[in-house]
Design a protein around this ligand. Structure first.
Ligand code: ADP
Length: 388
């Protein structure tokens, strides 16, 4: 594993003397999803601002790919391209009169030629599902759309790491889940992601690594199970347990479930409660690669698999479903929800972009290995293009 960001004995005090970080020593691995959690004032935002050079340590150093950060203009430009920062409040980030100009700001500042800027902006807006929004004023957009524009502005600079301060605050549940799914897709494409959040359920199920901060320092880091499995630690940090952990501990206390660590999600909790599916016939999961099929192909596929549940993962799948008038049952946590349906003998179809097909197959395969219940995953469009 490659360390992408590291801090050594990092301390920071604001101008008024407030000590915000105290001897923080952490290393973050490339390609991981990291969540910083902790009470207000723990130092999460300050640490994030250190990672892309917006703040300069009072003591200690920050290293990017093993190199200590320098704070001259050229070094800062290079680090801010590689480590993009999405602020909590999109209004602090979006300032240009149009979406295009906003997203173009970063690549233009990097000195890219006009054509290249246009290409990068086009790609970034398409990625976040906002093609066609180029001329719209950002301040007229919804909270979720503004967040997407802010993310597009970072993507247009092709960062290696994306840092998001409270990415779901002030968003409705559906917009929050869509943003988190987009982050999953980016992570699957190789980006390292660091978020801060008060949403313990989100941190628990989403992050590969959770870093718990308090009083300017790191008090625990590990998997969600390792950090949130310690109820006293979580209470002392003025947080609460993720619902699935809380429920698990209650059930374990009553002797209803056993296990050495809490389940990661509802699917794992269900498996603890009922280790083998009772149903004789398992449902199947069809995976539809929306990069290989147009609306007609997908509708034909749906006709062949009647009465199935439909899930859409990622921006392109959701917009294609909307365009075709396909009503979607699951828009987040799609793979696990389809596995749960398969265990009840119901089939489902997951629409997703080509980049996520292997990931989806792998997740279903991994579930089979872990649980001993193999669910058939079929991807007709992976080997043939005849539905196009
Ligand atoms: P978190 O993101 O975990 O809520 P912050 O990094 O925002 O924590 O804050 C850490 C500490 O630094 C807190 O005591 C906070 O009051 C202080 N702080 C944050 N920003 C400033 C600032 N601009 N000026 C002075 N103190 C600040």
């Amino acid at each position: 594993m490659t360390t992408i960001l590291e801090t050594r004995s990092l301390c920071y005090s604001y101008g008024d003397g407030t000590k915000a970080l105290n001897d923080v020593c952490i290393s973050l691995q490339e390609g991981k999803k990291v969540a910083l959690v902790g009470p207000n004032g723990a130092g999460k935002s300050t640490l994030m601002l250190m990672f892309n050079g917006i703040l300069r340590p009072s003591q200690g150093i920050v290293l990017f790919r093993g190199q200590p950060m320098n704070y001259d203009a050229a070094s800062l430009r290079s680090i801010r391209r590689a480590v993009g920062m999405v602020f909590q409040n999109s209004d602090d980030q979006l300032f240009a009169p149009t979406v295009f100009q906003d997203v173009a700001f970063g690549p233009t500042n990097l000195g890219y030629a006009v054509d290249k800027v246009k290409r990068y902006v086009g790609f970034a807006l398409q990625y976040v599902g906002l093609s066609g929004y180029e001329r719209r004023p950002p301040h007229h957009l919804s909270g979720g759309e503004k967040k997407r524009v802010a993310i597009a502005g970072i993507l247009a600079m092709e960062p290696e790491v994306i840092i998001l301060d409270e990415p779901t605050s002030n968003l409705d549940p559906a917009s929050s889940e869509e943003i988190m799914e987009m982050l999953d897709e980016l992570n699957y494409g190789g980006k390292t992601l660091i978020i801060s959040t008060h949403d313990v359920d989100l941190a628990y199920r989403w992050a590969d690594e959770v870093i718990l901060m308090k009083g300017g320092g790191v008090v625990r880091r590990g998997t969600g199970q390792e950090v949130f499995g310690d109820a006293k630690l979580i209470k002392d940090a003025r947080l609460k347990l993720p619902l699935v952990v809380d429920l698990y501990q209650e059930l374990a206390g009553r002797g209803i479930v056993r296990g050495s660590e809490p389940p990661k999600n509802i699917l794992e909790l269900c498996d603890l409660l009922q280790p083998k599916a009772e149903t004789e016939v398992l449902g199947k999961i069809y995976i539809c690669n929306v990069d290989r099929a147009d609306g007609k192909g997908i509708l034909a596929m749906l006709e062949e698999i009647p009465a199935c549940f439909k899930g859409a993962m990622g921006t392109s799948a959701k917009s294609l479903a909307e365009k075709c008038g396909i009503s979607i049952d699951f828009t987040y946590g799609v793979i696990d929800k389809c596995i749960l349906k398969a265990l009840l003998g119901k089939s489902s179809i997951i629409m997703t972009s080509g980049g996520m097909v292997d990931h989806t197959m792998q997740r279903i395969e991994d579930y089979g290995q872990e649980s001993g219940t193999k669910i058939e995953a079929i991807c007709p469009m992976q080997s043939t293009e005849n539905l196009k």
